[in-house]
Design a protein around this ligand. Structure first.
Ligand SMILES: C[S@@+](CC[C@H](N)C(=O)[O-])C[C@H]1O[C@@H](n2cnc3c(N)ncnc32)[C@H](O)[C@@H]1O
Length: 283
């Protein structure tokens, strides 16, 4: 495996994914009862934006850095920006660190909530363990996140959110793995919210996955949100990305209706940007 998220930390895809994730986590906090946050592909938790990888690509400059100068933001983006700002000690002219999904989650989880974090690569998992040393709410596992999702669910807390955020090195084959993992997880833990991030290059790569969600997943409420910075007609670059949310919280689409246009405008790379928000199933 060659993938290293440090090259991409804080880019437009992270902004999209992490702001939606924060919205989902906030919606879980509407009830007092504990919930479990399950991150199947957790990464290293904290990214050094002054390190070699991030300075080589500077992808964060077209992502999180752009949001910092926007004055009026929907509430979920406001929360996100404030968390990033706080991690950088309020210093935002040039960011030094960026939080990955598990670190962001840890900043909003309550004392009664729990987290299960899986990361397969040894050095990434070691870094993740170091970030979470001393936080008893979280268990960090160096193991395959798909297999762990099957083995470790349902957790003691009945409510929960699963984030599935693979590197997609296997390209379209990754969707097949996701479908298998979702089918097994839904059978064991049907009420959890599942958020699956995916890259968009060619539209035809996504169509079979959406069809599976509609026709075969068995999930009754499936919301799909997408952000495109370029038309979805080239296999050679990341034109955009999407998130499907199974068992989407009540009225969550309203939050996305507010969020997506701001992301499209702020993160634009060309005049061909677009957003999509669609219920694949809503029963
Ligand atoms: C896109 S990154 C995750 C980023 C992280 N979710 C975030 O938002 O900050 C994907 C991560 O999955 C890890 N990975 C790849 N295959 C995996 C597997 N089968 N199980 C668990 N982790 C895996 C990679 O090493 C990489 O760190």
């Amino acid at each position: 495996m060659n993938y290293r998220h440090a090259f991409h930390a804080g880019n437009f895809a992270d902004v999209f994914k992490h702001s939606i994730l924060l919205g989902l986590l906030e919606s879980m906090k509407g009830k007092q009862g504990a919930f479990c946050y399950f991150d199947t592909h957790a990464g290293r938790g904290r990214y050094d934006l002054r390190g070699e990888e991030a300075t080589r690509t500077r992808e964060y400059a077209g992502g999180v850095q752009r949001l910092l100068s926007v004055t009026r933001l929907p509430s979920v983006l406001h929360v996100y920006v404030n968390l990033v700002r706080a991690l950088n000690n309020g210093q935002t002219n040039e960011l030094a660190v960026y939080p990955g999904s598990p670190l962001l989650a840890s900043l909003v989880l309550r004392a009664q909530d729990r987290g299960i974090l899986c990361e397969l690569q040894e050095d990434e998992a070691a870094a993740l363990k170091a970030v979470f040393r001393g936080d008893a709410r979280f268990a960090v596992h160096q193991r395959d996140g798909y297999e762990a999702l099957k083995a470790l669910t349902p957790p003691a807390q009945k409510r929960g959110i699963v984030l599935i955020d693979p590197p997609f090195e296997a390209q379209t084959a990754e969707f097949v793995q996701i479908e298998e993992a979702l089918a097994a997880a839904l059978a064991r833990w049907p009420k959890a919210v599942y958020a699956v991030w995916y890259p968009i290059k060619l539209r035809q790569h996504i169509v079979p996955f959406h069809r599976w969600l509609i026709e075969r997943s068995g999930a009754s409420r499936v919301l799909a949100a997408e952000l495109l910075l370029h038309p979805d007609n080239s296999a050679l670059r990341l034109n955009g990305c999407g998130m499907v949310i199974l068992n989407a919280p009540w009225k969550f689409e309203k939050q996305l209706e507010e969020l997506l246009p701001v992301l499209r405008e702020t993160l634009a790379q060309s005049r061909y940007g677009a957003q999509r928000l669609e219920w694949l199933r809503n029963e």
